[in-house]
Design a binder for this molecule. Structure first.
Ligand code: URA
Length: 440
């Protein structure tokens, strides 16, 4: 596709519900990277596909084209099963900081290339940077060396890993073209395939706080990701999990690190502990390490302190202050303003979960624009869960802010974000589907 004038023909075909061939998809991505296709053309094509839908064959071809745009990590020299875990993005979702250490403590090799916060969702790299000294920029060689030594590394994907996804993602972010199963699957799976792990576990979110809120879209995304991973010889499985309410009770970078340490020390912290255990178990089943007694081994890693010890080793290996594993609030940044909101009497029937993430971002925990500096101390603690009865006097949300006026603005919006009703309300099921995994 060296001829730029052919591009409108492809856009028109997608607009009219047609399919692109694998060769066309590959040529299109190569041309986009070479600046022979401009952003306007690519955005038009993406929007046509978001509305009309991409086929699985297009998603597979796109994944391959994205992987081929850059380097791949070679983990073949590592002893022990290599495993990667990825969430499609959530609110108060800090499971990586718990699951990685559990798996490493049980003999798996976890090379986790993570991202930064995106929209209303938090990012593992931002959270880790709340730990004084922690460095997320590692070369691929450093990642492999560290994983070989302690079983775990969590680092930023280098610029030359899947560069086409970086460009496409930035474009999708500003053109309302994120919400497509095929585009999310190819974006996620290209990074997982390039990351080199043989076993890939996906946590696909569904509900009001997810990029694809409808359950059927989330299941379709999980199935597509598993099909792509399997077609590339990786053992791949997915859990489709609830994101209609925040997973844990902390939203914000330092707050979420402290929550993860609490779970590693044996507390549940909302559903954060419950889901972390289930994800670690599912990953163990994929790797074949203790498939029959995965739950028991996960409990052992937590109860014995072995997982907490791996977390400490991770922090030391990447330059952070290991005291975070013992007394998180002795080293994590603390917001100067703390205010509480008490909901009126009633039953919590649900949350505007995306808005909770947006409110935390507005306090400074997330970016409003690419490249914004974050305030790692600020955020929210959500002290109730769906189905809980409030008596009108108990703290419902605690706001951690830099300035009084920031806290005031958020407090004013909270009544619209926590939904209250009269009758009983059932908490949503946490794990809603399993794809490519034995029954749970
Ligand atoms: N996470 C990604 O890496 N890509 C997407 O498209 C959505 C979530």
């Amino acid at each position: 596709m060296s001829e730029l004038r052919e591009i409108p023909v492809l856009i028109a075909r997608k607009r009219d519900g047609g399919e692109l061939t694998g060769d066309e998809v590959r040529a299109l991505i190569a041309a986009y990277l070479a600046d022979d296709v401009d952003d306007a053309q690519m955005a038009a094509l993406l929007m046509a596909g978001v509305i009309r839908g991409f086929t699985d064959a297009e998603a597979i071809a796109l994944t391959e084209a994205l992987v081929a745009s850059g380097d791949t990590v070679d983990l073949s020299g590592l002893a022990g099963p290599t495993v990667d875990k990825h969430s499609t993005g959530g609110v108060a979702d800090t499971t990586t900081l718990v699951v990685g250490p559990i798996l490493a403590a049980l003999g798996a090799q976890v090379a986790k290339l993570s991202g930064r916060g995106l929209g209303h969702t938090g990012g593992t790299l931002d959270k880790l940077e709340a730990i004084p000294g922690f460095r997320v920029d590692r070369t691929t060689g450093e990642v492999a060396e560290q994983v070989g030594r302690i079983g775990l590394a969590v680092a930023a994907a280098t610029a030359d890993l899947v560069p086409a996804d970086k460009r496409l993602y930035a474009l999708r972010d500003v053109t309302a073209t994120v919400a497509s199963p095929a585009l999310i699957a190819s974006s996620v799976m290209s990074k997982k395939l390039a990351g080199g792990a043989r076993h890939i576990l996906l946590d696909v979110k569904t509900g009001a706080g997810a990029f694809l809120p409808r359950r059927q879209d989330a299941v379709a995304l999980a199935e597509l990701c598993v099909a792509i991973g399997t077609a590339h010889g990786r053992s791949t499985g997915a859990l489709v999990t609830d994101m209609s309410e925040p997973l844990g009770d902390a939203v914000g970078n330092a707050l979420e690190v402290a929550a993860a340490v609490d779970v590693l020390r044996g507390r549940e912290r909302g559903n954060l502990g419950v889901l972390s255990r289930q994800l670690a178990s599912a990953a163990l089943q994929l790797t074949g390490v203790a498939p029959a007694d995965a739950d028991g081994r996960v409990a052992e890693a937590l109860d014995s302190g072995a997982a907490l010890e791996r977390f400490r080793q991770l922090v030391v290996a990447q330059g952070g202050d290991p005291a975070v594993a013992d007394e998180p609030w002795a080293v994590l940044p603390v917001a100067p303003v703390r205010r509480e909101w008490c909901a009126p009497a009633g039953t919590v029937t649900g949350f505007a979960c995306q808005r909770l993430g947006e409110l935390a971002a507005r306090l400074g925990a997330g970016r409003q624009r690419q490249g914004d500096a974050l305030d790692l101390a600020v955020g929210l603690e959500v002290l109730v869960r769906t189905g809980q009865v409030c008596d009108g006097s108990q703290p419902t949300v605690r706001v951690h802010a830099r300035r009084e006026q920031d806290a005031e603005q958020v407090l004013a919006e909270l009544p619209e974000v926590v939904h209250l009703g009269e009758g009983p309300a059932d908490p949503p099921p946490l794990v809603q589907a399993r794809v490519g995994l034995p029954a749970g």
